[in-house]
Design a protein around this ligand. Structure first.
Ligand code: GLA
Ligand code: GLA
Length: 693
């Protein structure tokens, strides 16, 4: 049993404001103006190697052009070999050695890997899966996110580290834990779940009403009766609230350590955590609210990059804080955790680094420097081999690092340019995943399908949460805003009235925040603004044709729309002889106030998506930065005071040309008469007030 005081203490944390500090230099890798504006480096695990080797490794990193190492995450058993007995002498020496070789240090708290003394003495800190099975020691992430005792240990190690290194300016920032994610279903988690529901709903009657528990006799007499579940044949209201619960629990799990660090740290040291791509475990916008910046780990497990899809990942991460971010890990070639761990082709590791920077990364760190002699990841891609000598990829990484360092002064204090915003809603994604109706309806894939032609044509897209300030964006696209609160609906309506162009995709406006159906048909609270509603939706097992101003086909999902107002114009109709959809509107648009609202009721094929995107961009006057570029060429722009840095990457296998803007200066890469070679990169600076237009 945990002490009740411990539980109350931990619960109280969520209520305590742990404010992220305002960044003094918002578009640099660190808040230290005298340090490199762009970080480049690697994860380094000094605890795995004899100390005599450290200087060799660090000198090699320096030669590779690196200026940053991340250390410490996973080294709990070395930092605290026995309960309460801390040993930081080795870490002092490692930081000193790193700094002597010109490295900035990011310190990771080691709480993703609790030591054996802890889990043996306190098995209650171990995670329990949904079937009630408790995790055993030997892997990582085997702790319970709900355990008050675990949080006390985590707080203690984070405090000890912060006391020692909080004022050590060789340390530029902190990473809390590592890729948090798996929830736990232990007794403390259940107690927190009940407390969470009480806070959310106030009374059990409210919960019953919002969840519609008359259905299948689910009525609850009190909160304690509500089971904790993530999957299974549960009420989708409960399952969506489970996600809200994991979001809240992880947020205060992180806040516990952030508080411990900030109590002792120099305010210039940033505090972050590293996240995984499209991780559905919690709402990442909410999780980052009190962190200083976002950081993520970008892997291409298949070894076959789709640049547009990967770009959407970066834009999502940038959206967490709407500021530049860290690429805390990326792969030097291959990973080791999918069935076929193919290496990226020559040139693609460099493309990935520049892509990240183009999308707003101010740091690129490789995972990892050298494989441990043993352990779970000996087959993973690394910069050195087991003999401590370079792997072939180190040449490409060295070239990339040196290029980044060359361009860094121009990149300092610049941020990506985007005039199109797309809304990503975790609630909507979860709600659709819980009740897909068509197994092919993957909300992330659908989001990416909308994103693709917009990103290619507009050369910049911001990904934002539904409640963001949208006033800067002439065009806002919400691909499947299934869960739409009354508040958000009101904000979106105001945005359109004020001159914005709002586009909703299929399944939008169907549910409220409790995953209940809106009583009126889609798009629910925006149906009157649209002057039309969805009469019926259909899961498709084969494509249906579309005709009109947008043509092509619809697959997976199609909605028949009925106009209610003369102002609702039909953009496209279905052609479906003998079917329900035949002749029915598929896309409608209406002018409202100074802007417009458009509803797209179908999952469009690439041709129709392209047609729609180009019409929307025309209508809203959004122009590309460089015109007439091939879709294999990625163009990104970062704007700063009086200048624009253009990052052009040829992700294809044949050369392409670009119309180089007048006065552009090549910072790095190559651009021979406007030709970008296959897998080539050209980074240019253009000076002038509106250089990024
Ligand atoms: C069965 C059940 C009903 C309902 C339908 C749905 O027939 O008896 O309660 O679930 O399936 O198809
Ligand atoms: C994640 C983890 C790292 C490592 C890599 C391997 O990003 O954070 O510790 O396991 O995956 O791809």
């Amino acid at each position: 049993m945990i002490g009740r005081a411990g539980l109350l203490f931990a619960l109280a944390l969520s209520a305590t404001a742990v404010a992220a500090r305002p960044a003094t230099t918002p578009s640099r890798a660190t808040n230290f103006p005298d340090r490199p504006p762009v970080a480049v480096g690697t994860s380094w695990y000094p605890e795995q190697w004899p100390e005599e080797r450290w200087a060799v490794d660090l000198a090699m990193m320096h030669d590779a052009g690196f200026n940053t190492v991340r250390i410490g995450e996973f080294s709990w058993s070395t930092m605290e070999p026995q309960q309460g007995k801390f040993d930081f002498a080795w870490l002092d020496r490692a930081i000193t050695a790193a700094a002597a070789h010109g490295m900035m240090v990011v310190l990771g708290t080691p709480t993703a890997a609790p030591p054996a003394w802890l889990t043996q003495a306190y098995p209650d800190t171990l995670r329990v899966d949904e079937d009630g099975k408790r995790a055993t020691h030997g892997a990582r992430r085997h702790f319970s996110f709900a355990s008050a005792r675990y949080r006390e240990f985590a707080r203690a190690i984070a405090s000890e580290m912060a006391k020692r290194y909080g004022h050590d300016t060789r340390v530029v920032g902190w990473q809390i834990d590592n890729e948090i994610g798996p929830p736990s279903f232990d007794d403390e988690a259940v107690a927190r779940w009940h407390a969470f529901l009480k806070t959310r709903y106030g009374t059990i009657d409210t919960l019953n009403a919002r969840w519609a528990t008359e259905y299948w006799s689910q009525h609850y007499n009190n909160f304690e009766q509500v089971p904790l579940h993530a999957t299974g044949q549960q009420n989708p209201a409960l399952l969506l609230d489970f996600k809200h619960f994991t979001t809240a629990t992880w947020t205060d799990y992180i806040a516990n350590q952030a508080q411990a660090i900030r109590a002792h740290a120099d305010p210039r040291q940033f505090v972050t955590t590293n996240t995984m791509f499209w991780n559905a475990g919690f709402d990442h916008f909410a999780l980052h609210r009190d962190l200083d910046l976002a950081a993520w780990d970008n892997y291409i497990p298949s070894g076959r990059p789709d640049w547009v899809a990967n770009g959407a990942n970066h834009d999502l991460v940038r959206g967490y804080k709407q500021r530049n971010f860290w690429l805390m890990e990326t792969q030097p070639g291959r990973v080791d955790w999918v069935p076929v761990n193919r290496a990226l082709d020559p040139g693609q590791v460099r493309e990935m680094a520049w892509q990240a920077i183009g999308h707003g990364a101010d740091a690129v760190l490789y995972w990892q420097w050298r494989p441990a002699r043993n352990g779970q990841e000996t087959y993973h891609g690394s910069l050195l081999g087991q003999d401590g000598k370079p792997n072939p990829i180190l040449g490409e990484v060295t070239r990339t690092a040196r290029e980044i360092v060359t361009a860094a002064p121009a990149l300092a204090d610049t941020q990506p340019v985007a005039r199109v915003a797309m809304l990503f809603s975790y609630d909507s994604r979860w709600a659709i995943d819980l009740q897909p109706l068509n197994k092919g309806f993957d909300p992330v894939r659908e989001f990416t399908d909308f994103y693709r032609p917009l990103r290619i044509a507009a050369q910049g897209v911001a990904v934002l949460p539904p409640d963001a300030d949208l006033s800067r964006y002439p065009l806002v696209v919400a691909p499947a805003l299934n869960v739409l609160s009354a508040d958000t609906a009101q904000r979106l309506a105001a945005y359109a009235q004020a001159g914005g162009h709002l586009v909703l995709g299929p399944r939008s406006g169907m549910k409220d925040e409790a995953n209940a159906l809106w009583p009126n048909r889609q798009p629910g609270p925006l149906a009157s603004l649209l002057g039309a509603h969805v009469d019926q939706f259909y899961a498709l097992d084969k494509p249906v044709s579309l005709t009109g101003a947008v043509s092509g086909t619809a697959s997976i999902w199609a909605e028949a729309i009925l106009p209610d107002s003369a102002g609702a114009q039909i953009v496209a109709r279905y052609v479906d002889p003998g079917g329900w959809l035949d002749g029915k509107p598929a896309i409608v648009t209406r002018r409202v106030g100074k802007g417009s609202i458009t509803y797209v009721g179908a999952w469009l094929d690439p041709e129709a998506m392209r047609g729609l995107a180009s019409q929307l961009l025309d209508k809203t006057g959004v122009r590309p930065i460089l015109t007439g570029v091939d879709p294999d060429l990625e163009v990104s722009a970062r704007a700063g005071a009086g200048r624009c840095v253009l990052v052009v990457i040829n992700h294809g296998t044949v050369a392409h040309s670009v119309a180089v803007p007048a006065g552009a200066r090549l910072l790095t890469g190559s651009l021979d008469h406007g030709i970008v070679q296959p897998h080539g990169v050209a980074v240019m600076e253009v000076r002038g007030k509106s250089a990024c237009r």
